[in-house]
Write a new protein. Structure first.
Length: 450
C-alpha cells in the first residue's frame, strides 16, 4: 500500500516543467507554432517559454481567404512582439493577401536578432524587394527564397553584397537584371557549399554564370522555357554533386575534376529539329565537362540523343555506377552498346527503362550481335538491377543476354513492378521461376526477384 501511494505521488510530479528553458524550447520546436504558443496558458512557468523559441515557423496556405489573412498577420505580429530570444531560423510561407510591408518587417526582425536560416516562400504580389540587410547579414548560414511565378520577382542588388557565412542558397522563381548581377551575387558568397537554382531567369543577356571555389553541391532545375536560350557557365573545382534537369542552349563547364555524382534529366520532348540539334551540342559540352564523374544517373530522352549523334558521349574513364531511367524508342540491343561503350570502368548498372515492344528481336539474333557490346563490360560488371520489370518478351531477352555474358556478375536483381503496383501473384510466381532457371555464365552470380 505504501509503495502504491509513493508511486501515485510520483505520477503527479510535473517533471517537464522542471526542465531548463533551453530544453523546453527544443521540445516545443517540434510542435506547430500555434500549439507552442498555446502552452503559455498552462501555468506561470510556461507563460513565457514560447517567447524564447529560436525556430519560428509561420506557414500560411496560399489559398487562404482575405479575412483569414488578417488573423495570420496579427498572429505573427503578436508572436514577434513577445519574442525575446535569438532567431536561429525564420520560415515564412505567405499567400497573396499578406501585406508586403509586414513581410518586410518580419524579415528585418529576424536580421536584427542574428538569424542563421532564412526560409521565404512568398506569393505576395506587392513584394518587390528584399531588405538591404539580407545582402550583408554576417550570421546568415542558409537562405531559401522561393517566389511564386505570378509575382515575377526581380532581385534588385544593392551596391554592397557580402555573405561571409552563407553555406546553403536555394533560389526559385527569381529574376536577375543581367548575367553580371548573377556573377556578382554568387561571388559574394565566399564560403558557399550548396546552390539550388530553380526557374530563375535573366531579363537581359543570356549567360548564367556560377563560379565558386567552395561549392560542393549544385542543382539547376527548370521546366521548358527557362534557360533554353541561355549559356550556362560553371566553374567549381570543389564540386562533388551536380544535378541538371533539362538542357540549355549551351554548357561551358570548367574545373569539375572533383565531381563524384551527377544526375542529368534530358526532359521528355523536343520542340523542333533545331531544338534537337541544340540539345546535342549542349549534351556534348555537358559530358565533356563531367568526364571525371564516378556515379551517373540519366533520365528522359537520352537514348534518342545518343543514337542520332555518335560523338555526343565522350569516354568517362572513372565511372563505376550508371543508372538509366527513360524510354527506349528502339530495341535495347541497339541503344545499350552506344552507351556502355563509353564507360570502360563500369561495375554497376541500374535499368529503369520502358522498352518499345515493337522492337523485339529473336534472342539468337541478339546473341549473334554480341560484338556490338564492349568486351571489357563482361569481365568487370558485378551488379545489375532491373526495375519496373513487366515480364515482356524483350525484357526477358535482355535479362537472358546479360546472364549469359556477364562473367564477373555477382548480384542480379529484378523488381517486378508495373506502374507502382505489384504484378498478380500467379504471374509473379511464373516469372520468378523462369528468371531463376535462366543459365548464368558467372558461378558467383546471385539472382534476386522481388
Amino acid at each position: 500500500m505504501a509503495k502504491m501511494t509513493k508511486r501515485a505521488r510520483l505520477s503527479k510530479v510535473d517533471r517537464i516543467s522542471g526542465l531548463p528553458d533551453e530544453i523546453l524550447c527544443h521540445i516545443m520546436s517540434f510542435l506547430p507554432l500555434k500549439e507552442a504558443v498555446r502552452t503559455s496558458i498552462l501555468s506561470t512557468r510556461w507563460s513565457k517559454v514560447f517567447t524564447l523559441m529560436s525556430n519560428l515557423n509561420f506557414e500560411d496556405c496560399f489559398k487562404i481567404r482575405k479575412s483569414e489573412s488578417f488573423r495570420f498577420m496579427n498572429f505573427v505580429d503578436r508572436v514577434l512582439f513577445y519574442h525575446t530570444g535569438v532567431v536561429d531560423k525564420l520560415h515564412l510561407k505567405c499567400g497573396e493577401f499578406i501585406d508586403s510591408y509586414r513581410v518586410d518587417g518580419w524579415i528585418r526582425y529576424a536580421l536584427k536578432n542574428s538569424v542563421r536560416e532564412l526560409d521565404l516562400c512568398l506569393n505576395c504580389k506587392e513584394f518587390k524587394m528584399l531588405p538591404v540587410g539580407v545582402f550583408t547579414c554576417k550570421t546568415l548560414v542558409s537562405l531559401r527564397l522561393d517566389i511564386h511565378s505570378k509575382c515575377k520577382f526581380a532581385l534588385e542588388l544593392p551596391v554592397k553584397i557580402c555573405f561571409p557565412s552563407l553555406k546553403s542558397l536555394h533560389l526559385s522563381g527569381i529574376g536577375f537584371p543581367d548575367d553580371d548581377s548573377v556573377q556578382r551575387f554568387f561571388s559574394s558568397c565566399s564560403v558557399l557549399e550548396e546552390l539550388v537554382v530553380d526557374r530563375c531567369f535573366l531579363k537581359k543577356q543570356c549567360k548564367f554564370n556560377v563560379s565558386s571555389p567552395t561549392l560542393k553541391r549544385l542543382t539547376i532545375s527548370y521546366t521548358g522555357g527557362f534557360y533554353e536560350d541561355y549559356e550556362i557557365l560553371i566553374d567549381a573545382p570543389s564540386l562533388l554533386f551536380f544535378k541538371c534537369c533539362y538542357l540549355p542552349k549551351r554548357f561551358s563547364l570548367k574545373n569539375l575534376n572533383s565531381l563524384v555524382k551527377a544526375y542529368i534529366d534530358f526532359g521528355t520532348v523536343f520542340d523542333s529539329y533545331d531544338s534537337f540539334v541544340a540539345h546535342n551540342t549542349a549534351a556534348t559540352d555537358l559530358f565533356k565537362g563531367i568526364s571525371n564523374v564516378q556515379s551517373l544517373h540519366l533520365s528522359g530522352i537520352f537514348a534518342q540523343l545518343f543514337l542520332e549523334g555518335s560523338s555526343i558521349m565522350p569516354e568517362l574513364p572513372k565511372l563505376t555506377y550508371l543508372n538509366l531511367d527513360g524510354h527506349f524508342f528502339v530495341g535495347w540491343e541497339i541503344v545499350l552498346p552506344h552507351l556502355l561503350a563509353c564507360f570502360p570502368g563500369l561495375e554497376a548498372l541500374v535499368l529503369k527503362v520502358k522498352l518499345n515492344h515493337q522492337f523485339s528481336s529473336d534472342i539468337s539474333t541478339v546473341m549473334s550481335q554480341n560484338k556490338r557490346f564492349p568486351s571489357f563490360l563482361w569481365s568487370q560488371l558485378k551488379t545489375i538491377e532491373i526495375l519496373s520489370f513487366e515480364g515482356r518478351k524483350n525484357e526477358l531477352q535482355m535479362v537472358e543476354y546479360f546472364l549469359k555474358n556477364a562473367k564477373a556478375l555477382e548480384n542480379f536483381s529484378v523488381q517486378t513492378l508495373a506502374k507502382g503496383k505489384h504484378l498478380p501473384a500467379k504471374w509473379m510466381s511464373k516469372i520468378t521461376k523462369r528468371l531463376l532457371n535462366l543459365p548464368k555464365v558467372s558461378e558467383k552470380c546471385k539472382v534476386l526477384v522481388v
